[in-house]
Design a protein around this ligand. Structure first.
Ligand code: ATP
Length: 460
């Protein structure tokens, strides 16, 4: 199935209530997006499935929720104040601003662009004759480092001492609580801490719909291990992350693993790989897996003056700073990848195209839809009762749609990715044997469009 154009997906998302432009009635706010009823349903499902898989069902994992606002010292210790920036270049002609490394990626590769020093960026743009995406001029100012953290002020008094940051990652909340968690959960190494939450990055070039936004959500894990054991643990997380990608419906042909070169590694990492997805505009990061070693705990011990070591409960003489393997998943980016993967404009006949989202049931906004064939009171009340019964007895998420021809209603459900539709007709209520026997319904499959007749008791 070819990748859809981004425009078709954006249009479907707006039309069917997945994702809306932010603050739309005021003309919007660039690159902000709001999740509508169906987009939120998908996002919640992904998050719940992730939590179930990585926290609930594992004895070596616990969850946590920490604040978006943290003591600014956290970001000094973590290196974000001094290191968390991108090379910003200004076009001298039209004054637009871009990320220099991103402009160069196509010509010199992601790895090549990532290792450039700040003073190499502008000469390289000129040497490669890279024009401004906005006006085409090759007239670049010298690159500057731009810190991506959003700064705000705490309290009522503006000025010195009140500066505070919105967190750019959830990870640090887990590091600063390492001791609290280790002591209260009584977990032994290796164990992991998971967190899902909103983070903020003042991206220079947000865009490609929800791929790069300034406010987004992450699902992160910090997995604490004894130094020396991280190698195989890193490998097993790689496998687990890959399997997760397949299970939410991403196809292996659109996935690849890219190891960071030594020069490219972040300040905290001794090994990093990205799981990349093939978006309509090319390969880009979906998830990351990093070996952060003891960088963060050591830094926090240094900056806070607190002991961040772990003592082996079986051998109190064995005291050390754990290493950390970090699998990190962008939640909002996952929603985008899942939607892109599922989207198809299927040609059925010369003048008939069906838009369908082939979402895995695990991530579909609805499990089922109930469609009464007629609005007639005695038929629709039967369908309403059936809806209630299925929801109560199975916990499935079930849509109910009464209006429009049955063909149109099927197409509407196809567009939002509902895997199965149940049609209640006059046969179901015992009034028309030609349509089917009493208490049987038609089940229609989204992907194959085939229909079968089943008894209601076989259904629940
Ligand atoms: P990129 O190279 O795309 O800027 P990154 O390497 O800075 O990403 P991480 O710091 O590893 O990203 O963040 C973890 C995850 O958060 C990424 O794998 C991605 O899924 C997601 N993510 C990062 N930046 C954004 C963003 N601006 N908008 C949406 N999701 C993002």
């Amino acid at each position: 199935m070819p990748a859809p154009s981004l425009e078709s997906l954006v249009s479907l998302c707006k039309r069917r209530g997945f994702i809306f432009p932010g603050s739309e009635i005021y003309g919007g706010l660039a690159n902000t997006w709001d999740y509508g009823p169906l987009g939120l349903a998908i996002k919640n499902r992904i998050q719940q499935e992730w939590w179930k898989r990585f926290v609930h069902t594992r004895r070596d994992m616990v969850g946590i929720e920490t604040g978006i606002l943290m003591n600014p010292k956290v970001w000094e210790a973590s290196g974000h104040v001094s290191n968390f920036g991108d090379p910003l270049v200004d076009c001298k002609k039209c004054k637009e601003r871009f990320r220099g490394d991103k402009l160069l990626e196509e010509k010199i590769g992601v790895e090549g662009a990532a290792v450039l020093t700040l003073d190499q960026v502008q000469p390289m743009l000129v040497a490669e004759k890279i024009g401004c995406p906005s006006c085409g001029a090759v007239d670049w100012a010298v690159a500057k480092k731009f810190n991506l953290m959003f700064k705000t002020q705490q309290g009522v008094i503006e000025g010195e001492g009140a500066d505070i940051y919105l967190r750019p990652e959830t990870a640090q909340g887990m590091f600063v609580n390492f001791k609290n968690i280790a002591q209260t959960s009584r977990k032994r190494l290796p164990f992991g801490v998971a967190q899902v939450g909103t983070v903020f990055r003042n991206e220079i070039t947000p865009g490609n719909f929800t791929f790069r936004t300034r406010e987004f959500q992450q699902m992160e894990i910090e997995y604490f291990v004894e130094p020396g054991t991280e190698g195989p643990i890193f490998e097993s997380w790689k496998d687990v992350m890959w399997q997760w990608c397949l299970d939410i419906g991403l196809s292996p042909e659109r996935l690849r693993i890219r190891e960071h070169t030594k020069e490219e590694l972040s300040h905290y990492s001794s090994r990093t790989l990205d799981i990349e997805y093939k978006y309509p505009w090319g390969w880009g990061e979906l998830y990351g897996l990093a070996n952060r070693a003891d960088f963060d705990l050591t830094q926090h011990a240094k900056f806070s003056g607190q002991d961040m070591t772990y003592t082996d409960p079986d051998d109190p003489k064995k005291k050390f700073t754990p290493y950390v393997v970090e699998p990190t998943f962008g939640l909002t980016r996952t929603v985008l990848a899942v939607l892109l993967e599922a989207y198809e404009e299927e040609k059925l006949a010369e003048d008939d195209t069906r838009t369908v989202l082939h979402l895995k049931p695990l991530v579909a906004p609805f499990d089922l839809a109930i469609l009464p064939l007629s609005k007639k009171e005695h038929l629709s009340s039967y369908a309403e009762e059936l809806h209630k019964k299925i929801v109560q007895e199975t916990g499935l998420v079930v849509d109910y749609d009464l209006t429009g021809s049955i063909g149109k209603r099927y197409r509407r459900q196809d567009e939002v990715g509902t895997p199965k539709c149940i049609t209640v007709d006059f046969g179901t209520i015992g009034e028309d044997a030609a349509q089917g026997e009493k208490d049987t319904v038609t089940i229609r499959d989204r992907d194959t469009q085939t229909q079968e007749r089943l008894t209601i008791s076989a259904l629940i």
